[in-house]
Design a binder for this molecule. Structure first.
Ligand SMILES: Cc1cc2nc3c(=O)[nH]c(=O)nc-3n(C[C@H](O)[C@H](O)[C@H](O)COP(=O)(O)O)c2cc1C
Length: 222
């Protein structure tokens, strides 16, 4: 499965089999985490066997079960952290999906205090992504329409439409889809978000999806 196929196949999965991530797959994902950290300045950590943060009531209420592996999104505690975590975390999510590893972004349904990822002074644990083999593959979310998330989207070029369509497949906290893409002067794109829980994380995720859908070409971020 390539990354674009992974975009289509990915749905949040909250119930996982009691099966560790296959060692070869885990090694590949760990290598990608190291590479993304080097590129981004984040210090994401893939915790392969640490069920503790998902043992409590919050996870039960969130219907999360069987989580033993997760990606901890850790980085310098500045204004850019949440969006960066979304962008780089989703890169890993899609690579995991392409290898048959399911996921669920988790902002609230876990105990950060029980998380054994290292958080150094000046850093923050923004949120986590549960990873593993799902009991099911999940199902497509209800989605806003193209017109609801675009500005100047009418008559836009194909690459812009593809980018937005791909962003509409992205996970967002409580499926809020508060992001907007504005086409400016025909070749620049401004991505913004209304306020909402974890909406800057969502924005980073949506930006990555937009880039994947639009492809490289004659456009740039504003
Ligand atoms: C930033 C973020 C935080 C999330 N936090 C939680 C959470 O705490 N608990 C949960 O069950 N799902 C959580 N989700 C998953 C969303 O509910 C899910 O992505 C959304 O409903 C869309 O469904 P899909 O991922 O299947 O496309 C989160 C998603 C994102 C992007």
């Amino acid at each position: 499965m390539n990354v674009m196929e992974a975009v289509q196949a990915r749905h949040s999965v909250r119930s996982f089999l009691d099966r560790p991530i296959d060692p070869a797959t885990l090694a590949e994902l760990q290598a990608l985490v190291a590479q993304y950290n080097a590129e981004s300045g984040l210090r994401m950590q893939l915790m392969a066997d640490d069920p503790a943060p998902f043992g409590g009531l919050l996870s039960k209420i969130g219907w999360l079960s069987g989580v033993r592996s997760y990606l901890a999104l850790v980085g310098p505690d500045d204004a850019a952290l949440d969006e960066k975590c979304g962008y780089w975390g989703e890169k890993l999510v899609l690579e995991a999906q392409a290898r048959g590893v399911n996921s669920c972004w988790v902002g609230g349904s876990y105990k950060p205090g029980k998380c054994s990822a290292e958080v150094r002074p000046g850093e923050r644990l923004a949120l986590v992504v549960a990873l593993g083999y799902g009991r099911s593959q999940g199902k497509p979310h209800k989605s806003k329409g193209y017109a609801e998330v675009t500005v100047n989207g009418e008559g836009a070029p194909d690459w812009f439409r593809r980018g937005v369509d791909c962003a509409l497949l992205a996970p967002t906290a409580i499926n809020q889809q508060k992001f907007k893409f504005e086409l400016m002067d025909g070749d620049r794109v401004r991505a913004t978000t209304d306020r909402g829980p974890f909406s800057n994380v969502d924005l980073g995720i949506a930006r990555l999806h937009f880039e994947l859908g639009a492809g490289k070409g004659d456009w740039q971020w504003n």
